[in-house]
Design a protein around this ligand. Structure first.
Ligand code: NDP
Length: 453
């Protein structure tokens, strides 16, 4: 690591204390970029990297709301407008009690590179709240969403900032948020993505992230003349990304054997087939139940509760070929990464954002497995959000086939960019370098063109 990079990371840590996830995301990217900075002194001279690390704008606000029992609640709302060099800020909203400034800054930072890789004109942003939707009535969710939008609406717009969903924000929440935005602005625009099909949404948007993660893995497998046929796959999470990851694995001939939530995970050796997946979708999206309930219905499955004292996750300790983390950040540590390799896993395609710790990433890179980092592998979601924006602007909806074909092509292109960039910069097979450098160059050159703003 050069002194320049060391000093830069030290500066980020000093200026942004108590934001470990943000430090981690910056460190991973900056390490890859040191190769580029050596070749392009103009980026260093104009402090492009220092500017990319600093959000263009951070909005933090009070979200007061009253529930159906008349009790008043106060949550904290955020929107990080990270970088608009190549398009309006774009990125999801996360509602989860763990949400804080550092987590949203890491997500917004990652989003800048991811959005650039999609080739669509989207800048990077992220937002959310420490509000916990779990177990809350629809009325509470609606009141919270309306209160959240009562402030956010003045900062966003179809040409300024276009939020979407993330953890805890699905179709229901986007509906309530959109309704409030429309009322306050008195206009019907494509200001949010992930909308319902009747009111401006795109076909394939719910499926896009999970499908894209599996398509990206298929591209990595193809470089070894391999496919998903007969492969056993470990999947974590049981939300939007996990569900459609399992659906696409099944369609391409693989077998998914695990799913999880924050209470624990299920292992079903016989495979989570289409019928079982339909049960999970109903359980999670309609009944809003817990994954443990899967074992009451399917006797082939075993539930293991989370052990908060354990320093590894047993979900990653089963014989398998492929792994698809799809729950949350830092869910694979160094021990988990070693367990995956020990059990035969040779492909990891990341659905969740930054699911692997820096030590875990090192394990994958050292062993040269097929490792697709999140900002490339899970870019299918935001890519189809970009396609939803395009359809909204034209006021013409595309068919399922049209959107899915475009998604597949985008994932192919992202894979090619990562692979060829990694080769061009002397680290063939290193998709982490490929994604970081590939995403960076377009944003950096656009910032150079636009001057110091
Ligand atoms: P959902 O809210 O639909 O599902 C999240 C799943 O992960 C749930 O099963 C949840 O369990 C579990 N989970 C969340 N936090 C934790 C935690 N701290 N520990 C254990 N399990 C946890 O979210 P998504 O599927 O949309 O998002 C999953 C990941 O994918 C996130 O990292 C997100 O940033 C990323 N992503 C999502 C995109 C999208 O289009 N939705 C796009 C790109 C990335 P429980 O219900 O118990 O909380």
């Amino acid at each position: 690591m050069s002194n320049y990079v060391k000093d830069l990371i030290a500066d980020v840590k000093a200026k942004n204390p108590a934001q470990p996830e943000f430090h981690q995301a910056v460190e991973e990217v900056v390490e890859s970029l040191s190769i580029v900075l050596d070749k392009h002194p103009e980026y260093r001279a104009t402090k492009i990297l220092e500017r990319i690390i600093e959000p263009e704008r951070v909005i933090m606000f009070r979200v007061p709301w009253v529930d159906e029992q008349g009790e008043t609640h106060i949550n904290r709302g955020y929107r990080i407008e990270m970088n608009s060099a190549i398009g309006p800020y774009k990125g999801g909203l996360r509602f989860h009690p763990s949400v804080n400034l550092g987590i949203l800054k890491f997500l917004a930072f990652e989003q800048v590179f991811k959005n650039s890789l999609t080739t669509l004109p989207m800048g990077g942003g992220k937002g959310g709240s420490d509000f916990d939707p779990k177990g809350k009535s629809d009325l509470k969710i609606m009141r919270f969403c309306q209160a959240f939008m009562a402030e956010l609406f003045r900062h966003i717009g179809p040409n300024t900032d276009v939020p979407a969903g993330d953890i805890g924000v699905g179709g229901r929440e986007i509906g309530y948020l959109f309704g409030m935005y429309k009322k306050l602005r008195n206009e019907f625009t494509g200001v949010l993505t992930g909308k319902g099909l009747n009111w401006g949404g795109s076909l394939i948007r719910p499926e896009a992230t999970g499908y894209g993660v599996v398509y990206f893995g298929a591209e990595m497998l193809a470089t070894k003349n391999d496919s998903y046929k007969g492969k056993t796959c470990l999947v974590s999470g049981s939300g939007n990304v996990a569900q459609y990851t399992v659906e696409k694995i099944n369609q391409l001939g693989g077998k998914a054997v695990t799913l999880s939530d924050s209470s624990g995970y299920i292992f079903d050796e016989e495979g989570i087939n289409a019928d079982k997946l339909a049960f999970v979708m109903d359980l999670k999206n309609v009944k809003r139940g817990r994954i443990k309930e899967y074992t009451a219905k399917y006797k082939s499955a075993v539930f293991t509760p989370i052990n908060p004292k354990a320093d590894y996750n047993p979900l990653w300790d089963h014989k398998a070929d492929c792994a698809f983390p799809s729950a949350t950040q830092n869910e694979i540590n160094e021990t988990d990464a070693k367990n995956l390799l020990k059990n035969g896993v040779f492909l990891v395609s990341e659905g969740s954002n930054m699911p692997t710790t820096l030590d875990g990433v090192k394990v994958f890179l050292d062993k040269k497995i097929l490792y697709g980092p999140a900002k490339a592998a899970n870019a299918g979601g935001v890519a189809v959000s970009g396609l939803e924006m395009a359809q909204n602007s034209m006021r013409v909806p595309w068919s399922k086939e049209e959107v899915d074909n475009r998604l597949q092509q985008i994932m192919k292109n992202i894979h090619t960019t990562c692979k060829e960039t990694a080769e061009r910069f002397g680290t063939p097979g290193n998709y982490v370098n490929g994604a970081n450098i590939g995403g960076f160059l377009k944003v950096a050159d656009s910032m150079m063109d636009q001057g110091v703003v």
